[in-house]
Every structure is written in C-alpha cells, then in structure tokens.
Ligand binder design. Structure first.
Ligand SMILES: O=C(O)CCC(=O)C(=O)O
Ligand SMILES: [Fe+2]
Length: 292
C-alpha cells in the first residue's frame, strides 16, 4: 500500500472509529457498572474519550487505571502525552504529547488578528484540502505588516508558552529569537479541512497553531486530530508510521496548541452554513526550525 493510500485510509478510519465508538460506548458503560475495576473496559473507555476529544474524561480514566494498576505502561505514556510530556522511546506508535492553552491573547489583540486576516483576504490562496492559505514567508511584505502591527506583541505572549513547552515536548530548550519560523494563516470554509500530514519534512521541530474566529461561532467540526506516531518516525528523515489511535483536540477560539512537528495530524472537515470569509475558522500556524 502506498503512503498516500495509508493516509487516505487514516482519514476514513476516524469516521469509522467514531461510528464504532458511538455504538460501543453504552455497552462499555454497562460492562463497567457491572465490574468497575475491569482493566480492559477502563482502558477502552479511556481511549474512546481521547479519540472523541473528551480529554478531561480521558485523563480521569487513565488516572483510575494507574491507581489500580500503577505499572500500566500505556496509560502512563498516554496520560503524559495529554499533559504535554514526552515519554521514552518504545517500539510502537505513541500518543502525541501536546500543550493546549486557552484564552491566550488579550481580547484587543485577538480582534486585531480578525482584522488583519479580513484586510488580507484577497491574498489567501485556495489549497487542496479546500482551505485557503496565506504564507507569510512567501509574502515578505505581508509578514512585515504583520510584525509591525501585531506580531511583536503576539510573539511576546506566544513565545513564552512555546518556550516552556519545548523542553517537555521535544526535550530541548530553545531561543526563538534565533530560530527560523515558517508562518502561514489558514481560513476554513464549509467542507474544508486539512489532510493527514507531518511538518517535519521541511526541517520543522515544533509546531504551534493559534486558532481564532469570530463569536458567536458559526461552524462545527474543524478539530485537530493528532495521530499516534511511531516514535522513531519523529525523526524527520525516517519513514513515518501511523498508529491506529489518535487524540482529537477541539481548539477553542483564542487558543494555542504546541506539539512536535514530526507527529502526524489533520484538521477534520468543517460544517458551516456561513459563506462569509470573516466568519470561518482561522489559524496561524508556525513551524519552528530548531537545530537539535
Ligand atoms: O489549522 C490547523 O489547526 C492546523 C493546520 C496545519 O496543520 C498546517 O498548516 O500545517
Ligand atoms: Fe500541519
């Protein structure tokens, strides 16, 4: 099977998993009521919560597993990942460690992002996932305008978080003032998404996504899915391998997520009745190239 076939299969497997999970969930709940300490049931429920994006419930279930079975390796690794901590290498795909921060920018700065993208809407280009992109690296004049208007204050707020995250996510401390960063804005109309990919190929080590949109929210979907990734594949030059499971993360308005660039991820399709560019889901993605 070609790599493309594998990726396409992954996209469908999320839909499949959701259907199966929805059917299995009440049955698992019943089984747990009958036997609350059954490891297999607890583990399956924990994984379902993670894949459906109910991350607090997932964490509670992994914690319960660890209370009952303190040596449970996969529960330890997954709980670590959900708390933004990298684990030791093992020969199997691992849940991606990530850090999610909500309400990251002051409201005024958040509005400036909406304004900036609205005034540059004509420069966004249509991409194959149905989304629209504006690469700041390909448009140095836009990048300069961005830096002059909101970039510096934005970096001040965001870099603090990313710097703290770097150590636990990719095991390295970093100074972003030196590091090259590839930036692009994204806009997601109805039915658009972003197919499964990793960003390490272009030398990226750490990814961050600032997600923003206008309230009230006028779309559904658009969650970020972080696929369990085979650890050695996190080296950009190895042949990457995907695991069967994943973590679904709903990115709230004005939130920031940081994760290793080598991990496979995708953005789930958007459903929206609204055709206005300014009402869509937006993100600003930064791929940081750090020297290891
Ligand atoms: O929009 C997002 O949340 C992520 C997009 C992404 O993965 C990318 O641009 O590389
Ligand atoms: Fe990406």
């Amino acid at each position: 099977m070609s790599q493309l076939d594998t990726l396409i299969e992954k996209m469908y497997s999320i839909d499949m998993m959701e259907k199966v999970n929805n059917r299995a969930y009440p049955l698992l709940q019943k089984r747990m009521q009958a036997n609350p300490d059954d490891l297999d049931t607890l583990y399956l429920i924990a994984e379902q919560h993670r894949m459906q994006g109910r991350l607090d419930e997932a964490k509670n279930h992994y914690k319960k597993i660890l209370e009952l079975f303190p040596m449970h390796r996969h529960a330890t690794i997954t709980l670590n990942a959900l708390c933004g901590r990298q684990s030791d290498q093992v020969q199997q795909p691992l849940p991606v460690p990530f850090i999610l921060r909500k309400a990251v920018l002051p409201l005024e700065l958040h509005s400036q992002f909406l304004e900036f993208t609205a005034t540059h809407s004509h420069q966004f280009q249509s991409m194959k996932g149905g989304n629209f992109q504006l690469s700041l690296n390909k448009h140095p004049e836009v990048q300069q305008r961005f830096l002059n208007s909101i970039g510096l204050e934005y970096q001040h707020q965001i870099f603090k978080i990313v710097e703290q995250a770097a150590e636990s996510l990719v095991g390295m401390s970093c100074d972003f003032r030196e590091a090259p960063i590839n930036y692009h804005f994204l806009n997601y109309p109805d039915q658009s998404g972003f197919g499964c990919h990793q960003d390490a190929k272009q030398g990226g080590v750490l990814n961050f996504t600032y997600c923003f949109y206008q309230e009230p929210k006028s779309f559904e979907g658009g969650e970020l899915v972080l696929h369990d990734t085979f650890y050695s594949a996190r080296d950009a030059y190895n042949d990457p391998k995907l695991g069967n499971n994943f973590t679904k993360v709903a990115l709230p308005n004005n939130s920031l997520i940081v994760f290793p660039s080598s991990c496979y991820h995708q953005v789930r399709p958007i459903q929206s009745e609204c055709t206005s560019f300014t009402q869509h889901r937006f993100s600003l993605v930064g791929v940081i190239k750090l020297k290891r």
